[in-house]
Design a protein around this ligand. Structure first.
Ligand SMILES: [Zn+2]
Length: 279
C-alpha cells in the first residue's frame, strides 16, 4: 500500500529501527526491492533521484512505480530523492509521489529554510512529506573530503532548520559520502548523538552503501530513522548480470539474475536495519 514518508518513519526512533530508501532505476530493481520487502514484511521507500533521471522522466517513473507501490502487501512510499530543482520537486508532488527530498544543502541556510518551507506547504496540501538536508553529504570523494569539518551538521542549526522549515525528515552529514568509498568512511557518532538529542525530526543517513553492519547499527542506535541505498544495489544488479553473460545472452535472459541479486542485497540490508516484521 502507498503511504507517506511521515507514516513510514513514525515508529522508527521509538522502536529502534530504520527504513531503507532503495533507489531504483529499472523495473528489475523495483521488482527485487518489492519482493524483498514483502518476503520480510518490511516497509520500504523506493524511487529515482534527480541525478539519476535520464531519458526516463519523472512522469515515466510515476507511471511505472505508483501501481506496484499501491498493490504491494507492505507499506511503500514513492520517494523522489535529491531534488535540487524546486520545479522538479513540485512536479513530483503533483505526479503523486508521497515523499520528496528537496536538497538545498549547498545553498545559504536562510535560502534553504525558505525554499524547504514553501515546498512543505505544497507537499502537505497534496498528501506528501518532505525530507530536507542540512550540512552537506559529499560525493565519491576521499574520506578526507567527506570529513572536512565545515560539512558536518551543527546540532543547533538542525533544530532551527527543522522548526522553521517544518520538514518531515532531515538528512544530516556525519561523515558519509555518496558512491563507492575508496577507503572506509569514519562516522562521527558524536555529531549524530548531539543532533538527535537536539531535534526530534526523523534523521536520514545518506551514502549508506559500503558502511559495515556495525556502522549501520550504531547509527540507528544513535537516532537514524531512514537509510539511503543506491550504489550497493546498482553494483549487485550489474555484477549478477555480468556473471551470467554469454555470447547468446539477451537482456531478457540476464534480468532474473539481476532481480535475485537486488532482492538478496535488499533483504540483507532490511535485516540489518531492523525493519523486517515492521510492516
Ligand atoms: Zn543522498
Amino acid at each position: 500500500m502507498l503511504v507517506t514518508l511521515s507514516e513510514i518513519l513514525r515508529d522508527t526512533r521509538k522502536k529502534g529501527y530504520a527504513v531503507g530508501l532503495f533507489n531504483c532505476v529499472t523495473l528489475e530493481m523495483m521488482a527485487g526491492i518489492l519482493e524483498a520487502a514483502e518476503a520480510l514484511q518490511a516497509p520500504v521507500l523506493l524511487g529515482p533521484a534527480e541525478s539519476l533521471l535520464g531519458p526516463v522522466s519523472l512522469a515515466d517513473y510515476a507511471d511505472l512505480l505508483l501501481g506496484p507501490a499501491r498493490r504491494a502487501r507492505v507499506p511503500v512510499a514513492l520517494h523522489f530523492d535529491h531534488g535540487f530543482t524546486p520545479e522538479l520537486v513540485e512536479e513530483a508532488i503533483s505526479l503523486g509521489f508521497t515523499s520528496v527530498m528537496y536538497d538545498g544543502s549547498m545553498r545559504p541556510f536562510a535560502e534553504n529554510v525558505r525554499e524547504t518551507a514553501r515546498l512543505v506547504k505544497i507537499a502537505h496540501a497534496a498528501g506528501c512529506s518532505v525530507e530536507a538536508e542540512i550540512g552537506h553529504v559529499g560525493s565519491n570523494g576521499s574520506a578526507e573530503d567527506a570529513l572536512s569539518k565545515s560539512i558536518y551538521t551543527q546540532p543547533e542549526e538542525a533544530l532551527t532548520f527543522a522548526e522553521q522549515s517544518g520538514c518531515d525528515a532531515l538528512a544530516i552529514a556525519i561523515g558519509t559520502a555518496h558512491g563507492v568509498y575508496r577507503e572506509a568512511p569514519r562516522l562521527n557518532l558524536d555529531v549524530l548523538s548531539r543532533v538527535s538529542a537536539a531535534c526530534e525530526t526523523p534523521l536520514v543517513l545518506h551514502g549508506g552503501s559500503g558502511l559495515s553492519d556495525e556502522d549501520f547499527r550504531a547509527c540507528i542506535a544513535g537516532g537514524i530513522s531512514k537509510i539511503n541505498i543506491f550504489t550497493s544495489l546498482n553494483l549487485a544488479a550489474a555484477r549478477a548480470a555480468h556473471a551470467q553473460f554469454t555470447a547468446t545472452s539477451g537482456a531478457f535472459e540476464l534480468m532474473p539474475s539481476a532481480i535475485e541479486a537486488v532482492k538478496a542485497e535488499t533483504m540483507r540490508l532490511i535485516r540489518v536495519f531492523g525493519s523486517d516484521g515492521k510492516a
